[in-house]
Design a protein around this ligand. Structure first.
Ligand SMILES: C[S@@+](CC[C@H](N)C(=O)[O-])C[C@H]1O[C@@H](n2cnc3c(N)ncnc32)[C@H](O)[C@@H]1O
Length: 372
C-alpha cells in the first residue's frame, strides 16, 4: 500500500531521513511530506514512532476533479464502509492548489455530502459529523484538478503527544521541534542545551529520542483505533508495538539542559517533562549568562518572535554572542524570516521552514574544528 506522512513545510528531508532510519520501505520525499509503502500495521508503526510526521495518510481513491459535480460523483463512487459505518462519526478536511475548485471548506462539505448520501442509500443511515473528535477523519487533497481521498490514520495530529500539561507563550509544535533537532544534527549520545527553553519542547523531544522512547507512547489512541476495521488481531499487534516503544529508563542519558528568564515557563517545562517521563535540568538564566555545560553537543534556541522583539532591540547581537560562546557545539537557531542576527564567527547553513503559517529560517552551525 502507498502511504503518505505529512509534515511541516521545509521539514520533509528530516522526515525522509527519519522514516528511512525507522526502516520503512519506498521512502521518497515530496512537497509537504514523504511517501512510503507498507501495510496498515506499518502505518500504525509510523503513527507511534515518527517524531516529525503530522499525519499518516492512506490514499483510497484518486480521480479527475475539475468541478463540484465531478467531486461529488468521484467521492460517491468510493466505498468506505470497511472503516466507516453509520455508527461512526466523521469529519472531512480539504486542501487544494492550482485547481479550479479553490474553496477548501466547500470541497470538504461536498465530500462529506457525497460520503453520507452514499451511506444513506446503501445502509439506510448516515454518520454524524463531529469536527472536533471524529472516529474517522477523511482528508481530500486537490492538485491540478486531481483529487485524492485519504484516510487519516493519526486522527488528532501527531504533534499532540499527550505530555503537554501546559504551554508557555508561542510553544513550538512537538513535531517541528523534533524536525529542528534532526536538521541541526542532534546526536542522542551527546547533550542538548536550550537557553530560551520556554515550555521545554526541544528538551523533551531530545530526551524522548535519546531514551529510545516512542513519541506517541503517551497517546491514548490514534485515529485508526476507532475505525470499524480495527479488529482483535490489530489490537493485539498494537499492544505489542506499544510494549516495544517504552524505551529504556535505565539507559544513561546525555544531559538535556534548559534555561529561561521566565520562572513560570520553567515550572511548565518541569511539569511537561515529568509527564513525558524524561529527565531535564532547568535553571533560571538570561541568555547573557548561558555557557557551555558539557564538552560537545547541541545548543538550540527558539527566540521570541514579532512584537516582543521590539522589547529587546539588542537581541540580535545577544544571540550572535551566544552562538560564539559555543564554538565546540553544533548550534541551531530558529528565527522568523524577518528576524535579524548579528555577525557570528561561523557561517550558518540555512533551512527555510514554516512554524504554522510563519515562514522561518533555521540557522545551523558546525563546531569549529580545533588544531591539535
Ligand atoms: C518562543 S519562546 C520559546 C518557546 C519554546 N521553544 C517552547 O516550545 O515552549 C521564547 C522564550 O525565550 C525566553 N526569553 C526571552 N528573552 C530571553 C532572554 N534574554 N534570556 C533567556 N530567555 C529569554 C522567553 O521567556 C520565552 O520563554
Amino acid at each position: 500500500m502507498q502511504l503518505f506522512a505529512s509534515c511541516a513545510q521545509g521539514t520533509e528531508t528530516a522526515l525522509r531521513d527519519e522514516l528511512f532510519e525507522l526502516r520503512f520501505e519506498g521512502v521518497r520525499a515530496a512537497r509537504g511530506g514523504v511517501h512510503f509503502t507498507g501495510s496498515r500495521r506499518e502505518a500504525a508503526r509510523a503513527c507511534l514512532w515518527s517524531r516529525v510526521a503530522m499525519r499518516v495518510l492512506e490514499p483510497v481513491a484518486e480521480f479527475e476533479c475539475d468541478s463540484e459535480d465531478a467531486l461529488y460523483a468521484g467521492v460517491a463512487e468510493i466505498d468506505l464502509s470497511e472503516v466507516l459505518t453509520p455508527r461512526h462519526t466523521l469529519s472531512v478536511s480539504a486542501a487544494c492548489r492550482t485547481s479550479r475548485l479553490t474553496h477548501t471548506q466547500y470541497i470538504a462539505q461536498r465530500t462529506k455530502d457525497a460520503i453520507v448520501d452514499r451511506q444513506r442509500e446503501s445502509q439506510g443511515a448516515r454518520s454524524d459529523v463531529d469536527r472536533k473528535d471524529p472516529d474517522v477523519h477523511v482528508f481530500v487533497h486537490l492538485v491540478r484538478d486531481r483529487a485524492t481521498l485519504y484516510l487519516d490514520h493519526a486522527g488528532a495530529p501527531l504533534h499532540l503527544r499527550g505530555y503537554r500539561v501546559a504551554a508557555g507563550e508561542a510553544p513550538l509544535k512537538e513535531t517541528l521541534a523534533a524536525a529542528v533537532l534532526r536538521l541541526s544534527g542532534f546526536d542522542p549520545e551527546l547533550g542538548v542545551l536550550d537557553p530560551m527553553c520556554g515550555s521545554g519542547t526541544f528538551l523533551i523531544e531530545a530526551a524522548l529520542w535519546a531514551a529510545g522512547r516512542a513519541p506517541g507512547i503517551l497517546r491514548e489512541r490514534f485515529g485508526f483505533e476507532r475505525w470499524a476495521s480495527y479488529d482483535a488481531s490489530e489490537q493485539q499487534a498494537m499492544r505489542e508495538l506499544r510494549e516495544g516503544a517504552k524505551g529504556d529508563p535505565a539507559r544513561a542519558q546525555a544531559p538535556c539542559l534548559g534555561s529561561d528568564v521566565d520562572p513560570e515557563v520553567l515550572e511548565i517545562a518541569a511539569k511537561n517533562a515529568a509527564r513525558a517521563g524524561v529527565r531535564v535540568e532547568l535553571s533560571k538564566l538570561s541568555i547573557a549568562e548561558a555557557r557551555p555545560a558539557f564538552a560537545a553537543g547541541l545548543m538550540l534556541a527558539n527566540p521570541p518572535y514579532g512584537e516582543r522583539l521590539d522589547a529587546d532591540r539588542e537581541l540580535p547581537r545577544k544571540l550572535a554572542r551566544l552562538i560564539d560562546r559555543f564554538p565546540d557545539h553544533r548550534v541551531g537557531i530558529l528565527l522568523s524570516e524577518d528576524q535579524g542576527l548579528g555577525r557570528t564567527r561561523r557561517k550558518p547553513h540555512l533551512f527555510s521552514l514554516f512554524n504554522g503559517d510563519l515562514p522561518c529560517t533555521l540557522r545551523t552551525y558546525q563546531p569549529i574544528a580545533r588544531k591539535e
